[in-house]
Design a protein around this ligand. Sequence first.
Ligand SMILES: NC(=O)c1ccc[n+]([C@@H]2O[C@H](COP(=O)([O-])OP(=O)(O)OC[C@H]3O[C@@H](n4cnc5c(N)ncnc54)[C@H](OP(=O)(O)O)[C@@H]3O)[C@@H](O)[C@H]2O)c1
Length: 239
Amino acid sequence: MADPRVLWVTGAGSGMGRASAVAVAAGRRVALSGRRRDRLEEVAALVEQTGGEALVLPLDARDPAALADAHDEIRSRWGAVGDVVLSAGLNAPRRTWADQSMTDVQAVLDTNFSAVVRAVDAVLPDLRTSHGQVVVVSSYAAWRFSPGAGVAYSASKTALSAVCQTLNAQEAAHGVRATHLCPGDVDTEFLRLRPAEPGAEARARMLSPDDVARAVRFVLESPAHVRIDELVISPVSQA
Ligand SMILES: NC(=O)c1ccc[n+]([C@@H]2O[C@H](COP(=O)([O-])OP(=O)(O)OC[C@H]3O[C@@H](n4cnc5c(N)ncnc54)[C@H](OP(=O)(O)O)[C@@H]3O)[C@@H](O)[C@H]2O)c1
C-alpha cells in the first residue's frame, strides 16, 4: 500500500488551521506548525484520535530558517509534502492610516504574505512530484473590499489572490493546484485583534472553524483533475 499522504498545516494550533488539520486527518500524515507548542500538541492528539499521524513542528512562520528546517524535518521523517494548508495569519488592532504603526504593518505583511510565499517556494518541488494542492486561508477582505480589515491586512490578503493565480497559471503542467480560500467572519481567537472585540451575540452569527474546515476538506478531497481556484464562504449575516 502507498504511504499516507503528507499534509503540512500552518496556524495549526487554533481556529481554522486546527479544525482543518483534524477534519482531514484520517489516513494522512499531518505536520502541525505554529508558535505555541502546547496548542500543537493538543491538535496532534486529536489528529491521532482521528486516525492520522501527527508531527509537531513549532515555528515562527516569519523566520525563513525555521520554515526551511521544518520542511527538512518533514521530508526526513515522511518524504515529500503532498499538500499544504497555510492558515497562519495576523492583524493589528491599530490598522488604519490614522493609527497604524509601521512595525505592525511589517509584521502583518511578513506573516500573511511573505511567510506564505516562502512556504510555497520551499514545498513546490515536493508538490510537483506529488501533484499537490496549496490551500491559502486568505480572507473575504481579499475578495471584496472590507473597510474594517485595515491597510496592511487588506493589502496582504489581496496579494494572496495573485499568489494562487500565478501558481495555477505556472504550475498546472506539474499538476499543482492552488485555492484562494476567502472566509468571512469566523468565531476564533483572531477576533481579539480587532479594534473592538465582538461579543457573544455577534460571534454566534459567524461561521465556526469547522464550517471552514469542511470547505478545506472539500478542496483537498477533490479529484486530481479538479481545481478550486477561489472559494468564498461567509455567514449569512456577512456585511
Ligand atoms: N477569524 C476570522 O474572522 C477570519 C476571517 C477571514 C480570514 N481569517 C484568516 O484565517 C486564518 C486563520 O485565522 P483564525 O481565524 O483561525 O484565527 P487563529 O485561531 O488566531 O489562527 C491564527 C493562527 O496563526 C498562527 N500564527 C500567527 N502568527 C504566526 C507566526 N508568526 N508563525 C506561526 N504561526 C502563526 C497562530 O498560532 P500561534 O499564535 O501559536 O503562532 C494561530 O494558530 C488567518 O490567516 C486569518 O487572517 C480569519
